[in-house]
Write a protein that binds this ligand. Structure first.
Ligand code: NAD
Length: 290
C-alpha cells in the first residue's frame, strides 16, 4: 500500500521499516462500508480492505473527487466493486439512505468501519455548545446510527458460512483518548470514551447472533487531522516523547489491523479495544525509570 506522506527520517534512531508481508484476499466476497473514507485512516482502511478482496462503499461528506480516486484505487486491487456515497454520519436520514443504497447495490453488508471523526478543540471554559454537539454528533452518535443499521442487516441476513463465520463485523475507530484524558479536547475525549462503552455494550448484546464488535484505538497516526503534531521537525521531536516505539504511526498500521478484525482470523475476538499506538498508552513518562 502507498503511504500518503513520505517517511520522516531521524538519524539518531534505526531506519523505519514498514511491514512488507503481502495482504492476501481473505475478505473476498465481503461487502464493506467505511465512513469518512476520503482521507487519512479511512482512506487507508478502504484501500486495505480492497487489497484483501472486499467490495467497498467509500463514504464521504466532502471531497467527492478524493472519494472517487479511492473508489478507483479499490477497484484496481483486483475484481473488486466500489462506489462513493455522500452522507453525513450524524444525520439519521443520510445514514438510513446510505444503508438502503448499499443493500440495493451490493445485496448486504458484512463489515462496517465507523471511522468518520472530527476535532473541534477549545479550552474547556471557552468550548461552545456547538463545538461539543458537533464532535459528539459525528464521533459518537454517528457510530451509533451506522452500527444500528448494520446490526439490523446482520440479524436479518444471519451467517453465510461460505463468506464468514460471523454474521457481521463492526470496527469502531476510537482513540487512545478513550482512556488518556486530553486537556483542551474535552469533547473529543468524551466522544471516544463513549465509543468504548458503546462498543462493548453492543458487542455483549449482539454476540449471540455471531456479530462481532471491536474498536481500534490509534495513537498518533500521520493524517490531516493532526498535521501540526508531525509536520515540523520540532513538533515531531516533541511527539516522539510520547511514543516509546519512536516512529509516528502510518495509516497502513491501522489498515492491517482492520483487515485482521474484519477477517475470520479474529473470529473469537469481540468487545475488544485494540491499541495501535507504538506504546503511547505505556506511560512513556516512565521510560527512563520515572
Ligand atoms: P481525517 O480528518 O483525515 O479523517 C476524518 C474523516 O471523517 C474525513 O474524511 C472527514 O471528511 C470525515 N468526516 C467528518 N465529518 C463527517 C461526517 N459528518 N460524515 C461523514 N464523514 C465525516 O483524520 P483521521 O486521522 O484519518 O481520522 C479518522 C478517525 O481516526 C477519526 O475517528 C479520528 O478520531 C481517529 N483517530 C485518528 C488519530 C490520528 O492520529 N490521526 C488518532 C486517534 C484516532
Amino acid at each position: 500500500m502507498d503511504l500518503p506522506f513520505p517517511p520522516i527520517a531521524d538519524e539518531t534512531l534505526p531506519a523505519v521499516v514498514m511491514p512488507s508481508c503481502p495482504i492476501d484476499r481473505k475478505l473476498k466476497g465481503q461487502k464493506a462500508l467505511v465512513t469518512g473514507a476520503s482521507s487519512g485512516i479511512g482512506r487507508g482502511i478502504a484501500i486495505g480492505l480492497g487489497h484483501a478482496g472486499a467490495d467497498v462503499v467509500v463514504n464521504y461528506v466532502k471531497d467527492a473527487g478524493e472519494a472517487e480516486a479511492i473508489v478507483e484505487a479499490v477497484k484496481s486491487c483486483g475484481d473488486n466493486q466500489a462506489y462513493a456515497h455522500r452522507a453525513d454520519v450524524s444525520n439519521e436520514d443520510d445514514v438510513r439512505a446510505m444503508f438502503e443504497k448499499m443493500i440495493a447495490e451490493f445485496g448486504t453488508i458484512d463489515i462496517l468501519v465507523n471511522n468518520a471523526g472530527v476535532q473541534k478543540d477549545a479550552p474547556f471554559e471557552q468550548m461552545t455548545l456547538e463545538q461539543w454537539n458537533t464532535v459528539i454528533g459525528i464521533n459518537l452518535t454517528g457510530q451509533f446510527l451506522c452500527s444500528r443499521e448494520a446490526v439490523r442487516e446482520f440479524k436479518r441476513r444471519g451467517v453465510r458460512p461460505e463468506i464468514s463465520c460471523a454474521a457481521g463485523k463492526i470496527i469502531c475507530i476510537s482513540s487512545v483518548h478513550d482512556i488518556i484524558p486530553w486537556a483542551g479536547h474535552v469533547n473529543y475525549a468524551a466522544s471516544k470514551g463513549g465509543v468504548s462503552l458503546m462498543m462493548k455494550s453492543i458487542a455483549q448484546e449482539v454476540a449471540p447472533y455471531r456479530i462481532r464488535v471491536n474498536s481500534i484505538c490509534p495513537g498518533a497516526i500521520r493524517t490531516p487531522i493532526n498535521v501540526s503534531a508531525w509536520s515540523t521537525p520540532e513538533a515531531y521531536t516533541e511527539l516522539m516523547k510520547l511514543v516509546p516505539y519512536k516512529r509516528i504511526g502510518e495509516v497502513e498500521d491501522i489498515a492491517r489491523a482492520a483487515i485482521w478484525l474484519a477477517s475470520d482470523d479474529s473470529d473469537y475476538v469481540t468487545g475488544h479495544n485494540l491499541y495501535i499506538d507504538g506504546g503511547m498508552t505505556l506511560y512513556p513518562g516512565f521510560e527512563t525509570g520515572g
